[in-house]
Ligand binder design. Structure first.
Ligand SMILES: Cc1ncc(COP(=O)(O)O)c(C=O)c1O
Length: 385
């Protein structure tokens, strides 16, 4: 095997294998119930699979248009209109991309120059900081406030400087399962008024908001919509995380710049998958029913561990449930997550890894996008701990 003879000045010196890969691998090794990584352990609908194979068998297998096939972009525009009462022009304001992660990375690469500051809320989904670091930007962290992980907008106000170029939002929020309220959005709207700051709003769990609440998309608020790149993921919405496809909606000026970078990165994304989604989205039922589908799973899992020694934290959206374990052990969450996988056969994610400097608050995250049987078996084990 050849080896590189020179020096490598890593742009991401602190990045190793993601915790999701580590925990899923460990779960597999120990034949553990995997409640760690955020993907469903059940399949998507047969209808969606059939639409994909039909597209493949119809020969829709060559490069599609750079921004995505027009009919899919039209369906996305309809969905944004229906849900958030906002008009996006499919031609100039909607771009289909190979996954939300890619959409976020490309948005950061498009707008962030060396030295630009990007406000991130911590704990933060793990792809934001590496995107900012790769672009030479400076992450500026605002902590979400325990115990319900709300935003203290005074701290955001203090974090904004003349160098602030971007705010990355995430609602519903991974890992904490908190959601931003309309009041939160109005606070941000007020803080950003009159600035050139761009918002990247990671709303991949937009359809998974519980207890009858409406999802407060940044796109509902005119003072945010005008500066927001809204990012969503078909993978989360239609239970096909392995198909890696999402979309970005943004005002024309922002989309124009975004597409300049996208054009020389992925350029296009999987054609037959796009045709399948376009057909599937004619009926809004699958995404409109997603919240009640996952709420039933959330409730099943919560009931299952209600009698355990874990402290249930609120789960207002996403398919995650965080729990405190201060009544059980003083171990670090990273150690406990590994031990529970090895010794008890149930895998989780330690929340400390979502901080740039680990904060050991004794919180684990469980994913309940799993079959009811898996959730029940997982809960039984957790009740014995
Ligand atoms: C908050 C958040 N954003 C983005 C993603 C990635 O979405 P995609 O698979 O479409 O890249 C995830 C996946 O877990 C996520 O939880």
């Amino acid at each position: 095997m050849p080896t590189f003879p020179g020096q490598i000045d890593s742009k991401l010196p602190h990045v190793g294998t993601t915790i999701f890969t580590v925990m899923s691998r460990l779960a597999l090794e120990h034949n553990a119930i995997n409640l760690s990584q955020g993907f469903p352990d059940f399949d998507c609908t047969k209808e969606l699979r059939d639409l994909f194979t039909q597209a493949v068998n119809s020969g829709l297998n060559q490069y599609p248009p750079m921004a995505g096939i027009p009919i899919l972009r039209e369906r996305i525009a309809e969905k944004m209109r229906r849900l958030y009462a906002i008009e996006y022009d499919p031609e100039h304001e909607i771009t289909v991309v190979p996954g939300a992660t890619y959409g976020i990375f490309t948005a950061v690469a498009t707008f962030i120059r060396p030295g630009d500051e990007v406000i991130l809320f911590e704990p933060a989904y793990d792809c934001y900081q590496p995107a900012v670091d790769t672009a030479g930007g400076k992450p500026v962290y605002v902590p979400l406030e325990a115990p319900d992980y709300h935003v203290d907008w005074r701290k955001v106000h203090e974090a904004i400087t003349p160098r602030t170029r971007m705010v990355i939002l995430n609602t519903p929020h991974n890992p904490t399962a908190s959601v931003l309220s309309a009041e939160d959005m109005r606070m941000l709207e007020g803080l950003l008024r009159g600035t050139d700051i761009v918002v990247v709003s990671d709303e991949v769990y937009e359809h998974i908001v519980f207890d009858g609440h409406a999802h407060q998309s940044a796109t509902r608020f005119p003072g945010l919509a005008e500066r927001t790149l809204f990012v969503s993921s078909f993978g989360k919405t239609f239970s096909v995380t392995g198909w890696k496809m999402g979309y970005v909606c943004a005002p024309r000026e922002l989309t124009t710049e975004f597409r300049k970078v996208h054009q020389f990165n992925a350029f296009v994304c999987n054609a037959p998958v796009q045709y399948a989604f376009a057909e599937y989205m004619k009926d809004p039922t699958p995404y409109l029913e997603l919240a009640s589908f996952y709420q039933a799973k959330r409730d099943l899992f919560r009931q299952g561990i209600a009698a355990s020694r874990f402290r249930l934290m609120p789960s207002r959206g996403t398919f995650f449930q965080c729990v405190g374990y201060e009544a059980i052990t003083d171990e670090r969450d990273t150690d406990l997550a590994v031990r529970l996988t090895r010794e008890r056969g149930v895998a989780s994610i330690p929340v400390s890894v979502f901080y740039h400097e680990p904060r050991y608050d004794k919180v684990l995250r469980f994913c309940f996008a799993k079959s009811d049987e898996t959730l029940q078996r997982g809960a039984e084990i957790l009740c014995k701990i």
